[in-house]
Design a protein around this ligand. Structure first.
Ligand code: ASP
Length: 333
């Protein structure tokens, strides 16, 4: 129960945002980005328009001062290369600065500090917080306590919304449209959060979805049901060859070793699918091959030369999408 008291903290420390001339009417101003479920198709169009502008600006001037004076806290409780460094690069290219905490064992988390306390601390210093955490639902929990925008950079086996946005942007940029495509998600569909978010986003378009996985790593039923409600045709397969010739986008995932309790169970499935030039030879000429990375066994290095291998370009699209998101939640786009 809240205490009965007439005490009021000083007014100037109660306001929600710092008065930096933000555009408070900007569509995503001050909003958390927790799940792809929060977006409409119009939102996606808008985000991709802004991402395009970001690309233009980076090509033209490298970096600029849109977020000058703003600070991002990049709080990572799990390993990351691309997400962490692309958010840092995005903030720096926009003229802002970053508090990077990617070794939580050197922060007060190692002393037992709770997530809400860490969030409330960082928001005292920063304008936006990017959070990666091993627990599903952690970003939503952080958002409950935060007065500044929280961006979910992966919550356990839950979601990875900014990855899904950049994945969709990649598809649109590479193939010119999303409607009408057949997208095959392959690998660890049970624990892979990127495919959870991507399948949900794709269900806003007129697509056909194939899920190819070992039987023990199937797409979670709740997601299959959600997508069925949107009227999207979905098929589940164990063998890639059943659907490869029909696929426009092949999205490969790593088996998420860190989510397995039983190391033997991981060993049994870890190299179930391996994409080689021979597999690519059976794919469409205009298919694109995507992967959120890191790759372990799933795609051999000699596939990288294939122009259909889009995974390194996918990383660059991610920079522009993350620049767009930061500018948007901070009221500058
Ligand atoms: N980097 C992606 C993620 O954080 C994919 C992966 O780790 O396999 O979910």
């Amino acid at each position: 129960m809240a205490a009965q008291t007439s005490y009021q903290p000083p007014k100037r420390y109660q306001s929600r945002h710092l008065p930096f001339g933000d555009r408070r009417d900007a569509p995503f101003y001050g909003k958390h980005i927790l799940s792809v479920k929060q977006f409409s198709r119009e939102d996606l169009t808008y985000i991709f328009e802004v991402a395009h502008e970001m690309r233009e600006m980076v090509m033209r001037v490298g970096s600029f001062d849109l977020l000058k004076g703003k600070i991002l806290a990049n709080l990572f409780y799990e390993p990351s290369t691309r997400t962490a460094s692309s958010f840092i690069a995005a903030m720096q290219r926009l003229g802002g600065s970053v508090i990077a905490i990617n070794e939580v064992r050197y922060s007060s988390v190692a002393k037992g500090e709770s997530l809400p306390d860490t969030i409330r601390t960082l928001e005292a210093y920063a304008d936006v917080i990017v959070l990666r955490h091993p627990q599903k639902g952690s970003a939503a929990l952080a958002a409950k306590y935060a007065r500044k925008p929280i961006i979910n950079a992966g919550d356990g086996t839950g979601e990875h919304p900014t990855q899904a946005l950049l994945d969709l942007f990649t598809i649109q940029e590479e193939l010119g449209q999303v409607d009408g495509l057949t997208v095959t998600l392959l690998g660890d569909l049970k624990y892979g959060r990127t495919v959870h978010s991507l399948a949900r986003l794709l269900s806003m378009y007129r697509v056909k979805l194939h899920y190819v996985s070992p039987p023990e790593l199937r797409m979670p039923r709740e997601i299959v049901e959600e997508i069925a409600q949107a009227g999207i045709p979905q098929e589940e397969h164990v063998h890639l060859d059943d659907v490869l010739a029909d696929t426009d986008v092949l999205y490969v995932t790593r088996v998420q070793k860190e989510r397995f309790d039983d190391p033997e169970a991981y060993e049994r499935v870890k190299d179930f699918y391996i994409i080689t030039p021979e597999v690519m030879a059976r794919a469409k000429d205009r298919m694109i091959l995507m992967h959120p990375f890191p790759r372990v066994y799933e795609i051999t290095l000699d596939v990288d030369e294939d122009p259909r291998a889009a995974y390194f370009r996918q990383m660059e699209y991610g920079l522009y999408v993350r620049m767009a998101l930061l500018a948007m939640v901070l009221g500058k786009a």
